[in-house]
Design a protein around this ligand. Sequence first.
Ligand SMILES: Nc1ncnc2c1ncn2[C@@H]1O[C@H](COP(=O)(O)OP(=O)(O)OP(=O)(O)O)[C@@H](O)[C@H]1O
Ligand code: SF4
Ligand SMILES: [Mg+2]
Length: 329
Amino acid sequence: MTEPILEVENLTIQFRVKGKVIGHGGSRRKWKRVLNGVTFSIKEGETFGIVGETGSGKTTLARTLVGIYRPKESYVKLYGRRIDYTKKEDLLLLRKTIGIVFQDPVGSLNPRVTVSDIISEGIIAKGKMSDEQRKEKIVEAANLVELPASKLDSYPPELSGGEKQRVSLARTLIGGKKILVLDEPTSSLDVSIQAQILNLLTRLKRELSISYIFITHDLNVIKYMTDRVAVLYYGEILEQGSTEEIFENPRHPYTSDLIEANISFSSSSEFSEEKVSGEPSGEGCIYKNSCSKRFSACEKTPPYFSYGKGAVKCWLYDYMGERKAGIGR
Ligand SMILES: Nc1ncnc2c1ncn2[C@@H]1O[C@H](COP(=O)(O)OP(=O)(O)OP(=O)(O)O)[C@@H](O)[C@H]1O
Ligand code: SF4
Ligand SMILES: [Mg+2]
């Protein structure tokens, strides 16, 4: 693997929300920070996972990466070039390079447009193509995602969930994207169909040498699909590293809690939607309200401590802390 093709540095996103401002007796606009200092990079052909519970900011991150949300400051580099979201040419480069597949294929496909026309939406420079060339490209994209050509004249409501997701994928791939942001691409599908789509994604990655940013709350999918993973908690990455190492030796207490909860969920017959963690702390370590390993240092915000190819945001891993706590490599 070579140089990173995408670098995200210190990405911070906040939304204006309605809320009461104490002392003013009324409703005032205030800011809610949804992503805070998110930093990671990916290389060609790599699958980078983002795992986090509901509300942790996964979709906000996905939407920002493809330019749906456009921060005024520049936090993203593509092929080493800093992307300015206010510049047309930078947004075009972003559109050409990064595609997105959403969780809900129903909401992302116009029910009144044929499959063929939906797939062709992904062609960036349509003007330069004859009708014949356009049709050829559409059939090629449909073949790639194993969508029968007989479905090209259908409308989305006539398709199954798995077929809809194949249409979304074909629309993204037809433009020759190098990076796909997959925002929970299988969570709305039946289990057997999920496996088909995951296998298709694995084959496409191998054949096309594309990179994935695979976003999910499902640790089993992360384990199966990704090379490296970042653990997102209320907009902050608390740990990132190789998937294998993180599953074998999770360092951050939140990562351990997630993995432990996942084991108990998968061994119980009921699906639990309960959150593993409580509310974040506004001061000191963001996880301190839920952390069983909390100690005096945690009143201050920890920085990232590097280990090998990973990093963890927890005081247990500063040099002295690591020795004192007897934890480490
Ligand atoms: N446009 C917006 N304006 C205000 N708040 C927003 C907006 N979009 C998202 N949020 C808030 O940001 C937080 C993160 O939302 P986001 O959809 O990114 O989470 P998520 O990790 O994708 O969750 P899920 O697993 O449920 O899809 C939530 O608290 C959400 O309410
Ligand atoms: S810094 Fe402290 S509170 Fe935060 S995760 Fe580490 S041990 Fe727990
Ligand atoms: Mg989401």
